[in-house]
Design a protein around this ligand. Structure first.
Ligand code: FAD
Length: 405
């Protein structure tokens, strides 16, 4: 029996097979993933893994889970084509795998910005366990690092490296850190924090050239304004793009991700897409692609209900949330700060901080630093059917936990 075949063996795929069995799906399940390992968690790669280096602590599920739940896991196997007519996924060795339903959970890959030398083999990047292993090995021989890109991954690396006694120069092309996802107040806090760790942060400083005359060594990074930086390790962390090649070759509609409706179905009713690779139609009628464990796992749960139980009711909707650990600071975001046009800054004890974001009069985001209680409350408040008003929050003196009770 063909059953459900999932391409990609990351967070979305593992949550989907878990939910499908919980929801009573009894058919065949196959996961095909091109990495050689059992599926693992990516977030620790830029956080705790750099310290402990123990890959087995990253596993999403033990090997026995796949056996017990009758899930065929084809690791180290790349799907190179989809034959939609024959309903088959075709792998690199040429095996044709039949499906009743195909789920694309192919994730994303790091982008190489158009700068001279961007493909030098000594440049490090961070997306996979193999990348993280290479960085760990290199870090031990590093006095000074250069990080190209002031987003979450570059900053998490720089905070972790500072803890190991390696300072970084972080070069960011834009005017502030993590600009795509956080408020200016959070950008400024993390700018101060990284400087306090001994990291140099250069804003409005696009890199223009990576200079390396030897295969194994980068001599310098040149900035557009002519400054030249040198370091023993160069990490390129300039964002990601969704893995859509397979879908595009199969003629499935893509635009910054594989386009899916609120049921997470592509324009082929036998093919769905979830996780970092999927651009999902929201209840506001726009397509949105998020790169987070929350989106990957909530979309997997939603899709499971349709595939296992035939539940077609209601489009996908979930409060987005995200976290980033940088040294002593735990940043948590509920909702999307990029949707907000005004912010209210509330400082708590010590390093704790809560920044409430509004669009017009309505609550749309809550960013917290070292304030987990406020974050959890914010997730409940943002899920309310009626958005909270500025007045209501002000009347409660911004006591999110009391409001969420
Ligand atoms: P992935 O986990 O990327 O899995 C996709 C898999 O599909 C990959 O293994 C890929 O190689 C494979 N694949 C692709 N094409 C094919 C093919 N043709 N054939 C077979 N296999 C294929 N999110 C958070 O919410 N919080 C964090 O703190 C956080 N930290 C992060 C730190 C790092 C270093 C990284 C890299 C990511 C982090 N993220 C974080 C993002 C989070 O890991 C992703 O949103 C999540 O992994 C998405 O899950 P996914 O299943 O969609 O894709």
């Amino acid at each position: 029996m063909p059953g459900i075949v999932i391409v990609g063996a990351g967070h979305a795929a593992v949550q989907l097979v878990t939910s499908l069995r919980q929801d009573g799906y009894d058919g065949d399940l196959t996961i095909i993933g091109d990495e050689p390992h059992l599926p693992y968690q990516r977030p620790p790669l830029s956080k705790t893994y750099m310290k402990h280096g123990e890959a087995e602590r990253l596993l999403l599920k033990a090997e026995s889970f796949f056996e017990t739940n009758r899930i065929t896991l084809l690791a180290g196997t790349r799907v190179v084509a989809i034959d939609r007519e024959a309903r088959q996924a075709i792998t690199a060795p040429g095996t044709h795998i039949d499906y009743d339903h195909l789920v694309l959970a192919t994730g994303a890959q790091n982008v190489r910005p158009p700068l001279t030398g961007a493909h030098h083999p000594a440049i490090l990047e961070l997306r996979t366990l193999a990348h993280a292993e290479a960085i760990r090995a290199r870090l031990a021989r590093t006095g000074k690092a250069i990080v190209i890109g002031g987003g979450f991954i570059g900053l998490e690396f720089a905070a972790m490296a500072a803890g190991e006694g390696v300072s970084s120069t972080i070069v960011e092309a834009g005017p502030r850190l993590m600009a795509r996802a956080v408020s200016p107040l959070i950008s400024d806090s993390f700018l101060d924090y990284h400087r306090s760790l001994g990291n140099e942060v250069l804003l409005d400083a696009p890199a223009s050239e990576i200079v390396g005359t030897r295969e194994d060594l980068i001599e310098s990074v040149r900035l557009a304004d002519g400054r030249v930086l040198s370091g023993d390790l160069v990490l390129l962390a300039a964002g990601v793009r969704p893995n859509t090649d397979l879908a595009e070759q199969a003629g499935i509609a893509c635009r910054n991700g594989i386009l899916v409706d609120g049921r997470l179905a592509t324009d082929d009713p036998r093919i769905s897409a979830i996780g970092d690779c999927a651009s999902v139609l929201t209840i506001d009628g726009i397509h949105q692609r998020l790169e987070s464990v929350q989106a990957a796992t909530d979309q997997a749960r939603h899709l499971s209900r349709r595939l296992a139980k035939g539940d077609e009711a209601g489009g996908y909707h979930a409060v987005p949330w995200f976290w980033s650990d940088q040294g002593e600071l735990k940043l948590q975001i509920a909702g999307l700060a990029s949707d907000a046009d005004g912010f209210e800054d509330r400082r708590g004890a010590g390093t704790a901080r809560t920044i409430v974001g509004f669009r017009g009069d309505h609550l749309v985001s809550v960013e917290t630093i070292n304030a987990a209680g406020d974050h959890m409350a914010a997730r409940r408040l943002l899920a309310l059917p009626q958005p909270l008003t500025r007045q209501r929050l002000s009347d409660s003196a911004y006591d999110l936990r009391a409001l969420a009770k």
